[in-house]
Each structure stands twice: as C-alpha cells, then as structure tokens.
Design a protein around this ligand. Structure first.
Ligand code: SAM
Length: 198
C-alpha cells in the first residue's frame, strides 16, 4: 500500500496540524534553521526532519503527494509567494531576506511542482496579510487554484504553535488599527493542484 507523503516547508518546531495526520502518512518537515528542527525532533518524533532550503529541495521528482506551507515568513515569501505589508514585519522582511531568494523571479513554484507528483496538492496557510492575487498569478502556469478560504482567529489560536502565538501577541500588542482590522479577518488557506501531467 502506498503511504501518503507530505512535505511541510518551513516546518519550524512543528504545529498542531500534525496531530491530525493519519498514521499511514509519512510527514517530512523541511526547515532552513537547525535549532528549530532540534525542537521538532523532541516534540514530533513521527516527523522526519530535513535541514534544507525550499529553494533547493533535496527530494526527487514526483516524490511527494502534498506540499504544505503554514505561516510562511517573509523569507519564504519570495516574489510570487510574496505577501503582506512589510512595515508590519520590518525585522522579518529586511533582516532575514536572503539575496538568493530574489533569484527566483516567479517564486519557488517550479521547485514545488518538481517534487510533487502529477496532480499533487500545494496547501498554503498564509497570515492575513498574504497577497492572494500575487500567489495565484505567480503560480498559475504551474498550479491550478482549487480553493481559497478563511481560517478564523479562534482557529488560529487553537494551533497553539510558537508562530501562531507570536502572531496573536503582535496582534494584541503591536499592530496598529489598520493591521488589527485586517488581522480580524483571519488567515487565508489556499489549496492548489499541480498541472503537471503524467
Ligand atoms: C513562521 S515560521 C512557521 C513555522 C510552522 N510552519 C508553524 O506553523 O508553526 C516560518 C518557518 O520558515 C522557515 N524558513 C524560512 N525560510 C526558509 C527557507 N528558505 N526554506 C525552508 N524553511 C524556511 C523558518 O526557519 C521558520 O521555521
């Protein structure tokens, strides 16, 4: 029997969403920061940690059933996946942006499509500032957008990960009124399918 393989990009220390996995799922957590994977190994023993960048995924063609990105940061959101209002995350967008990121003018969609099986799914759960039309436009030659829906702040809080709690703290303590109003709309979940044929 074939076990479904999910590649979680920017997995960080892991997240609540992992709990919902069927035991036959093989989950691989890819992240660029080793210290985060150290915590991942401690708390989510069933996830295979992989230290690598989304820009150069160390897996072969057609090897994954699904790729997901939950709360990607500015670093992950290269042109194409680029999001939000940089002013709200000045540290993230300017300090950590890697020059290499900008060598992918259309984002990393072609790399995602390479490792995905034909018809495989790409799931992006973006913060409320994600630029949905930018994501859809930059991916449209490789991915078909199947749905885009909203996740409420309450559901976000139930994820209970360091990044969701960090986001909620910013919302309560640091965001200005405009950002707070935007944030109240919740997260955006985008599901896409690779257009690659067999
Ligand atoms: C906001 S955290 C989200 C973590 C997790 N998905 C969650 O929901 O809690 C973003 C993660 O993306 C990782 N990251 C940033 N740039 C990356 C890249 N180029 N390749 C892989 N991971 C990256 C960061 O190290 C960080 O762990």
């Amino acid at each position: 029997m074939h076990n479904e393989r999910i590649l979680d990009i920017g997995t960080g220390e892991g997240g609540r969403y992992i709990e919902g996995d069927n035991p036959s799922v093989i989950r691989i957590g890819l992240d660029i920061e080793g210290w985060r994977l150290h915590f991942l190994k401690k708390y989510w023993v069933q996830v295979l940690p992989v230290l690598a960048s989304a820009q150069n995924i160390p897996f072969s063609e057609n090897s994954m059933d699904m790729i997901e990105i939950v709360l990607p940061t500015g670093r992950l959101l290269v042109p194409g996946l680029q999001n939000h209002y940089p002013n709200h995350y000045p540290g993230v967008d300017k300090e950590f942006a890697s020059p290499n990121d900008f060598s992918c003018p259309n984002g990393w969609y072609s790399e995602f499509a390479r490792v995905l099986k034909p018809g495989g799914d790409l799931l992006i759960v973006g913060d409320p500032f994600i630029d949905l039309s930018s994501v859809i436009n930059h991916s449209s030659n490789i991915f078909k957008t199947v749905s885009a829906n909203n996740i409420s702040i309450e559901e976000l809080a139930s994820y209970d990960t360091e990044s969701t709690m960090n986001l909620l703290r910013k919302y309560m303590e640091e965001f200005d009124d405009v950002a707070r109003e935007e944030f109240k709309k919740g997260l955006t979940q985008i599901r896409m399918k690779s257009k690659k044929l067999l």
